[in-house]
Ligand binder design. Structure first.
Ligand code: FDA
Length: 306
């Protein structure tokens, strides 16, 4: 019960535009620096290099919420391109994650498509994969539609994430067979009309979805901090003789770091999602919503005044 109240509270805060805007001026406060790699590209690249040295590969995300104008969307796309160029220049083992609302999906879907094409042309030049994060349900179909428009032109360079809490998830995974998909449980608050609410149901659907995509021969990114799921996936892949080249595990920067390193040492590909930028508030609140224990980050941050 307390868990549900806290979850709803933090998700509510994550959507508060005023707090998000104010937080941009605060610097990384409330302990956010433990889960956000810095405010600049060069700080992010430094963190990525350190993770690479530990045998971890990365995906980097320039944080951004509430893009409401064409200018902001173009600026976000430029940031993505600068990030791709920095990855190529520094030679780190890293790809890019982004959100379509940052690129103007809510402003003008045509503009968002054009921004994606600009980013993917740069990604193609450098041979860097681009992952479209999945946002709340109101953007799900638009995200898949846009991906469909891009997948043939940018083969092997673009994919998205599918959320196991949605009833439609298994159909989407089937439909997107052949694409590199990140499979997640789902981070937003969605109603029972469209999404499972119980953890057991979400976990069960998650495993079915992972097995379905792996069995279809498609590259699968299993993005979870849940060691039960990770162990089951490892067991399944051994049983079905699925090569370690066909899948990877993913976790967020700052979470379960020992487990990340252990998975890499076992010879699995382990990718860390590294967010950076000054627009950290919404991302940080969603992380607090996922797991009440994450509040300890904020408490530690308050005590250390960082
Ligand atoms: P969950 O929170 O269900 O925890 C299950 C169990 O795992 C816990 O009971 C505990 O035993 C253990 N555990 C979890 N976290 C732990 C910790 N920090 N320390 C110790 N034990 C822990 N969502 C989305 O909607 N769209 C997206 O594009 C993405 N992208 C994305 C990328 C990456 C790399 C990750 C890791 C996650 C996402 N997500 C996401 C978020 C995702 O949907 C989900 O909300 C979170 O990962 C939380 O669910 P988990 O599967 O990690 O475990």
């Amino acid at each position: 019960m307390v868990h549900v109240i806290l979850r709803n509270f933090f998700l509510f805060l994550s959507k508060n535009q005023l707090l998000n805007q104010s937080a941009r001026k605060w610097g990384l406060k409330l302990g956010a620096s433990q889960v956000v790699a810095g405010e600049t590209i060069s700080q992010a690249m430094k963190v990525v290099r350190q993770l690479n040295q530990k045998g971890l590969v990365c995906t980097v995300d320039h944080l951004g919420e509430f893009v409401t104008t064409k200018e902001e969307a173009i600026q976000s796309a430029d940031y993505c391109i600068r990030t791709l160029n920095a990855i190529a220049k520094t030679g780190v083992n890293c790809n890019l994650s982004l959100k379509l609302t940052q690129l103007g999906l809510d402003v003008d879907s045509r503009l968002c498509y054009e921004n994606m094409k600009k980013i993917l042309s740069c990604a193609k030049k450098h041979r860097i994969f681009v992952r479209i994060d999945m946002e709340d349900y109101s953007h799900c179909q638009q995200t898949i539609d846009l991906l469909e428009k891009l997948r043939n032109e940018y083969v092997g360079l673009v994919g998205t994430a599918i959320q196991a809490y949605l009833y439609r998830a298994l159909d989407d995974v089937k439909h997107l067979k052949g694409l590199n998909l990140r499979l997640v449980k789902g981070a937003y608050k969605e109603p029972p009309e469209i999404a499972y609410q119980k953890k057991e149901e979400i976990d069960a659907n998650y495993l079915v979805m992972i097995k379905q995509h792996l069995r279809s021969g498609s590259y699968t990114a299993v993005a979870t901090h849940d060691h039960h799921i990770i162990d089951k996936v490892k067991g399944f892949c051994k049983e079905e003789k699925i090569s370690k080249d066909q899948f990877e595990f993913q976790m967020l920067f700052g979470f379960r770091t020992e487990l990340q390193e252990q998975i890499a040492k076992e010879g699995y590909k382990m990718r860390v999602y590294v967010p950076y930028g000054n627009d950290w508030f919404g991302y940080f609140m969603r992380r607090l919503a996922e797991r009440p224990q994450n509040v300890s980050f904020a408490l530690k941050g308050l005590l250390s005044k960082s």
